[in-house]
Design a protein around this ligand. Structure first.
Ligand code: 5GP
Length: 209
């Protein structure tokens, strides 16, 4: 209990098409105490993505060098690319008492859970497989083969939902956002967190920290 960092860590995982990014963006907009961990990736930027904001876009060589020097808290290969969470900014934010949100896949979530006990894992589910398929189709003019590949990838991500503490079913955006905010609020009320944030009060009651 004693050596907990002051901030909370939230892991948010979802199959692509579940609406995770929109929920996370809305959550971050309304909550100044929460910051997003910016991952490194070897995948090329998509239209509109900004280096240092959406991702740190790196070469495979740079990624390997970061892995080799233990600069990544976790990393995983997702589809054909590598993704990883830089360790230093996360550690610093937590020490400052800020809460950090990691938008990572189930493999990364598994690694972080082992390293940082007490993290809060949240899995976002689409309301149905049909809804997921229509969302994936709505993204562009992809071939049937690409859609089938995405659906298969989504199913294997969903198979890990039971490893998470919380599940949000994203049927109605505003409801899902409210549920996400409630999870964040609850985590901030945990004993360990309250004790770290209110040391004088806890001491005055003779409560352990
Ligand atoms: P995209 O390329 O669509 O931005 O992300 C593809 C997948 O990679 C998503 O499932 C996303 O959650 C995951 N991802 C993004 N950053 C990280 C990371 O730092 N670590 C891990 N393990 N997965 C990540």
């Amino acid at each position: 209990m004693r050596n907990q960092p002051a901030g909370n860590v939230f892991l948010i995982t979802a199959p692509s098409g579940a609406g995770k990014s929109s929920l996370v963006n809305a959550l971050l907009e309304n909550d100044a105490g929460l910051q997003l961990s910016v991952s490194c990736t070897t995948r090329p930027p998509r239209d509109g993505e900004v280096d240092g904001r959406d991702y740190y876009f790196v070469t495979p060589e740079q990624f390997n060098a970061m892995r080799g020097s233990n600069e990544l808290l976790e990393w995983a290969q997702v589809h054909d690319n590598f993704y990883g969470t830089p360790r230093a900014p996360l550690t610093k934010a937590l020490e400052l008492g800020r809460d950090v949100l990691l938008e990572i896949d189930w493999q990364g979530a598994e690694q972080v859970r082992h390293m940082l006990p007490g993290v809060t894992g949240i899995f976002i589910l689409p309301p149905s497989l049909d809804a997921l398929e229509s969302r994936l189709r709505a993204r562009g003019k992809d071939s049937e083969e690409v859609i089938a590949k995405r659906m298969a990838a989504a199913s294997s991500e969903i198979a890990h939902a039971h490893e998470f503490e919380y599940v949000i079913i994203n049927q109605e955006f505003s409801v899902a956002l409210q549920q996400l905010e409630q999870i964040v609020s609850s985590a901030r009320l945990r004993y360990t967190r309250q004790a770290v944030m209110n040391p004088a009060l806890f001491e005055s009651f003779g409560l352990p920290r």
